[in-house]
Ligand binder design. Sequence first.
Ligand SMILES: O=c1[nH]c(=O)c2[nH]c(=O)[nH]c2[nH]1
Length: 309
Amino acid sequence: MNITHIEYGKCAVTMYRSYAAPLTGITPIPESGFTGRANRLFAVDVEVHVLGDHFEAAYTKGDNQAVVATDTMKNFILKQGLAFEGATIEGLLHFLATRFLDTYADMAGMKILGREQPFMAAQVPDSQGGLEASDRLFSRSRDDFGYAEMTVMRGAQAHEITAQRSGRLGMQLIKLTGSSFMNFPRDEHTTLPERRDRPLFIYLDVYWRYRQAANAVASDHRDYVDAQQLRDLLQVVFHEFNSLSIQHLVHAMGERIFARYPQLGELHFEAQNRLWDTAFEADDGHAKTYCDPRPPYGHIMLTVTPDDG
Ligand SMILES: O=c1[nH]c(=O)c2[nH]c(=O)[nH]c2[nH]1
């Protein structure tokens, strides 16, 4: 048999880093109040995949001489996480991948992924009788989260980012009114009624790539696209846009993202249709009760590039 690809690593390395550098320098957009975060708690679930033919003997002969133990990788990530001076998940992944390649000569490259572990600062009394974000108490959030992945390959002179993707994953958005689905073809298999106004509940993951990968990791953050700011933009589009379908909605989201972030070169949407079933409605038809739908769920994808991309 022929070996065509080798990859090994560690997943679910949770790294809770206290007092990382604050995220500053973010360019504001009209759809969001987000311009940065304090990063007193910077929590990321890291996954590393080491690439390289040097590890072949471990598979073919059980020869572990070149094998960096995945337990060692976990320790390396946590130790280097302390040396990290950046403020973004992308920056962390780039830093870690670079450190791995500099330290372990048998590694030809590394694919590395990071999932934000969101924690919200608690609201606590301030000195003026109001409330402010605590500088020390945080509550774990099960909400949507930022995501990044990148592949960094060893080069003759420098290491190179050969692939990069960022995202906001796990959004669950419900719009009570202002969404329809009509005028689709009907045949002997069609039972779905036309809906002029439906309570549209979607699960949504959005991914983006930069035109230049360097913008994902630049320390000035001027062209950095923050996942929380982009999430705010998506919510505004959903709120404003009277969609004729989920397909129509994600397309409108794509147009707004490219209008705000010309530094991006590709977007990918993965939406699930979780449209609630209507159970009962008030006599005037305004208030209603709903319940979750049964599976299966519609799955709508879209990949787009800018006009000049
Ligand atoms: O927005 C929608 N797009 C579809 O393709 C579809 N199909 C379906 O049954 N409901 C919906 N809703």
